[in-house]
Design a protein around this ligand. Structure first.
Ligand SMILES: C[S@@+](CC[C@H](N)C(=O)[O-])C[C@H]1O[C@@H](n2cnc3c(N)ncnc32)[C@H](O)[C@@H]1O
Length: 268
């Protein structure tokens, strides 16, 4: 008998689950923005640092850029979306461009930035600066590098340096991180210079974090959403406040704390 976790079906379920969680995180950001300031002509700014082609070709599932547009269609009201999609892979960007053409309204409000996500974040920031006050700009940034919060010497990975200034300058833009925790633990055990997940989150100038975990065949992932607006848990989406018992458990597991330290915290 084949098990879902060790087959391509397992990978497809894992990817669907990842996209569902990214979609859930974005839906909360969009609903908050719509409720607070919808109808006043503002822009909802979105940057996807590791956009890919818009489609998980191996398993025929939408990727994060298409998820953004699907969620915006349902959850964003009274805001003009402006979505910036960045990827080093120029061929993936071409495929994304043609996919976006088939979604009504998305092509004219999507900006493709083929290249390094640190430079892409500069372009994104400059477009916001020219249009409104940075401290009030609302939106989201998605970081989905496949690995951990890390850039290798060739620049593959997350925009870890640019995010430092970006998060200070744009306090109302929510940060969505999808990080491979197995990669972190391997890197940490080999003495690589990587910050533990809690330190990554708490260094990004966001007061409120919701966290979720996923165990999949390709790794153990932490999904974290950072905001400066209080939202409470979203237990139905398996997103927990970082300071709840469940959130503490997820972050302790991600940080690699031994089970003994976790005694007394309910397992999810
Ligand atoms: C896990 S995939 C992204 C999947 C996509 N978010 C989705 O949901 O379908 C990671 C992507 O990051 C891109 N990437 C890696 N390093 C990058 C960098 N420094 N700048 C821009 N893109 C990068 C890779 O080319 C790859 O397409």
């Amino acid at each position: 008998m084949r098990h879902a976790s060790d087959t391509s079906q397992g990978q497809s379920l894992a990817t669907i689950d990842k996209e569902r969680r990214i979609g859930a995180a974005l839906s909360v950001s969009m609903r908050i923005a719509s409720r607070a300031l919808g109808g006043k002509g503002y822009t909802f700014w979105h940057f996807d640092a590791n956009a890919g082609s818009g489609w998980n070709e191996k398993i025929n599932t939408p990727g994060s850029p298409l998820v953004f547009w699907q969620v915006a269609d349902v959850c964003l009201s009274g805001f003009k979306p402006a979505a910036f999609f960045c990827d080093l892979d120029v061929d993936a960007m071409r495929r994304l461009q043609s996919r976006l053409r088939s979604i009504p309204g998305s092509a004219s409000a999507s900006y493709l930035l083929p290249g390094d996500n640190q430079e892409g974040l500069e372009v994104f920031a400059e477009c916001i600066r020219r249009s409104e006050k940075t401290k009030y700009a609302m939106g989201s940034v998605v970081i989905d590098p496949n690995g951990y919060y890390y850039r290798n010497p060739k620049g593959i990975g997350a925009p870890i340096y640019a995010l430092q200034w970006f998060c200070r300058e744009f306090p109302r833009i929510d940060i969505v991180l999808n990080l491979n925790i197995r990669t972190y633990q391997l890197q940490a055990s080999q003495g690589h210079n990587v910050l533990p997940p809690r330190e990554v989150l708490y260094g990004l100038n966001r007061k409120h974090w919701l966290v979720a975990q996923a165990h999949v065949s390709t790794g153990r992932f932490l999904l974290a959403v950072g905001r400066n607006f209080e939202t409470g848990d979203h237990k139905n989406l398996q997103l927990y406040r970082h300071d709840s018992a469940e959130g503490e458990y997820i972050l302790n597991m991600a940080d690699g704390k031994r089970q003994g330290v976790l005694d007394g915290v309910s397992k999810l």
